[in-house]
Ligand binder design. Structure first.
Ligand code: FES
Ligand code: MG
Length: 578
């Protein structure tokens, strides 16, 4: 066996205790796929394809895949696609977040186990982008991401429709009795009508913009609509860039750094982006030992303006954002605040990217830094005796009249309790009250679903109440809006203070002071703490992935990653273990 045969796909990584035999065997099986010996010697670009029949957002991946492959071939390498699991947001039970870490493990291990020199990550729907970046960061092979791109909008009468802020808007009208069953059924068929991710600045779009800002995807690619021909050109260019990375290896650990993560946080704040993105960015950074501090988020938030006028915070849709100038136009406005020396997958720095000439920017969609939509960032972390490790409020999406407020708590102890009582005509609740949901955090049986957007009790919404303060350890869809305090940490299921709130207690929140306080004296809280019993099923009664999840998942402020997936030697959470 000559060493010359041990290239490309023919590399004998499989261990039979006889290296030459491995090469010989690998060669013969690779030959069965119809590759010639010359082709087998080429360097390999793996393509992690998260296509799935259960993922509507990735419907166009077969076409995009062809373009990526074309780019890889033009770049002189051999493209080899491999499947990973896919996470189609609305088709997963109990909630997609539970499987993000599983997808990250799949991605990481398949990058590491298979013979490739660089990898293209094809993702898009909410959890797939962070899962791939987490996995790629841990594997640390040269990697580049191409996202699905957003859906186009649709129409209902004179109104534009885009999943899924409008889903919620019309559902709210339906609950309030403002539109008929016939109308809601009609709207249902028009909300999501093309391939691609949700059409607003929800989690998928926020994560796409974050991936581009981090430098993990090509400049200008985050916002291209899924069905636009530019997306195929972007896919082709991504394939070529991946092939280039073989001779000039740029690893995720060189791109995702403390400084580029800070740039990404700035982008998140300027977008008024999804609350979920803070969890995901924390998890991605955590894979490289970089800590995202919510106190630092607050510092950045106070000096980063909201610039992007997109739903759910503003008026427009992702296709408008693309035509208005996309991520590049926002970065240009943020330039004085950014670390410009950060390396990107192209080998260029962020600063050199921002020197390129640009088209005119539509200021109705992307405001200038001199005339921002809001002077301070879209997200803020609140701290206090109710959330010692922090809670998140999307201030850009909330009614400001509720920012400094004290009110009476109306508590729901679980999702089931919420479903059972929220619309009860006898529920003791007024518009001034604060709705509290317990036991919906990462260690709860529900696995931290997007249930933090508690519905306004029907008897209040029928009276025209549109927003109330709602507090939980759950998450909220990036496409939702309201005065909603999320990700309370530590969570109720492990005995965080949220577990001890009772109906009738007073709660005070202040966005100005960034505080959230339960106004119950310490002696009474200590008494309640003594009788605490965990509500979730113990890990010992679980099996399989569910058990790994229960034992390993970290709190929201640590990105809900698994402790075992963090770099060796990372200081563990001091949250109690299940
Ligand atoms: Fe995939 Fe919204 S459902 S991005
Ligand atoms: Mg979503």
């Amino acid at each position: 066996m000559s060493k010359d045969d041990a290239h490309g796909l023919a590399r004998g990584l499989t261990n039979y205790g006889d290296a030459d035999f491995s090469v010989y065997l690998r060669n013969s099986f690779a030959a069965s796929m119809g590759y010639s010996r010359e082709v087998l010697k080429k360097p390999i670009v793996g393509i992690a394809n998260s296509f799935s029949g259960f993922n509507n957002c990735h419907r166009h991946f077969p076409e995009m895949l062809e373009a990526v492959k074309r780019g890889v071939l033009l770049g002189g390498a051999l493209p080899i696609e491999f499947p990973t699991i896919s996470l189609g947001e609305v088709f997963l039970n109990p909630t997609s977040l539970k499987f993000r870490n599983l997808m990250s493990m799949d991605t990481e291990e398949m990058i590491r186990a298979q013979p490739m020199d660089a990898v293209v990550l094809m993702g898009g729907c909410d959890k797939t982008v962070p899962a791939q970046l987490m996995g790629a960061a841990s594997a640390d092979l040269p990697a580049i991401q191409i996202v699905a791109g957003p859906m186009m909008t649709s129409r209902y009468g004179q109104e534009r429709l885009g999943a899924c802020t409008d889903c919620r808007r019309f559902w709210g009208k339906y609950r309030a009795g403002e539109i008929s069953t016939e109308a809601i059924n009609d709207i249902e068929g028009r909300l999501a009508t093309t391939a691609g991710t949700c059409a607003v600045m929800g989690t998928a779009s926020t994560m796409a913009c974050i991936a581009e800002t981090l430098g993990m995807s090509l400049p200008g690619t985050a916002a291209i609509p899924a069905v636009h021909a530019d997306r195929l050109r972007a896919a082709e260019a991504t394939g070529m860039a991946a092939a280039r990375m073989i001779d000039n290896p740029i690893r995720p650990s060189q791109v995702i750094t403390e400084r580029s993560v800070e740039n990404a946080l700035r982008m998140l704040l300027a977008l008024g982006g999804s609350t979920n993105a803070i969890i995901h960015l924390t998890a991605i950074a955590g894979r490289l030992g970089i800590k995202v501090s919510l106190r630092r988020l607050n510092e950045l938030s106070d000096e980063t303006p909201v610039l992007v006028n997109l739903k759910p915070v503003g008026a427009n849709y992702m296709e408008d954002f693309f035509f208005a100038g996309g991520v590049g136009a926002v970065l240009r406005e943020l330039k004085p605040l950014l670390h410009l020396d950060c390396l990107t997958v192209t080998g260029e720095t962020l600063g050199s990217r921002l020197q390129e000439k640009i088209r005119p920017v539509d200021r109705n969609v992307i405001a200038g830094a001199n005339a921002p939509l809001e002077p301070a960032g879209g997200l803020v972390a609140l701290f206090g005796n109710l959330a010692p490790s922090g809670a998140i409020l999307k201030r850009s999406a909330a009614d400001k009249a509720l920012f400094e407020k004290e009110g009476r708590a109306v508590v729901f102890t679980s999702l089931a309790d919420l479903a059972q009582r929220i619309d009860d005509p006898d529920l003791d609740v007024e518009a001034d009250d604060i709705l509290v949901l317990q036991n919906a955090g990462p260690r709860s049986d529900s696995g931290m679903p997007e249930a933090g957007y508690l519905p306004i009790p029907r008897k209040l919404s029928a009276r025209g109440v549109k927003d109330m303060i709602r507090i939980s350890d759950a998450r909220m869809s990036g496409t939702a809006f309201g005065a909603i305090v999320l990700h309370v940490a530590p969570e109720a299921a492990i005995g965080g203070p949220l577990a001890f709130v009772q109906s009738g207690d007073r709660i005070r929140i202040s966005v100005c002071d960034k505080s959230i306080e339960l106004l119950v004296d310490e002696a009474e809280l200590a008494r309640r703490r003594e009788s605490f019993e965990p509500s979730s099923k113990p890990a010992s009664e679980r099996r399989g992935y569910d058990r790994i999840y229960a034992e390993e998942v970290l709190q929201a402020d640590e990105g809900c990653d698994f402790a075992i997936l963090q770099p060796v030697g990372t200081k563990r959470s001091d949250a109690p273990r299940a």
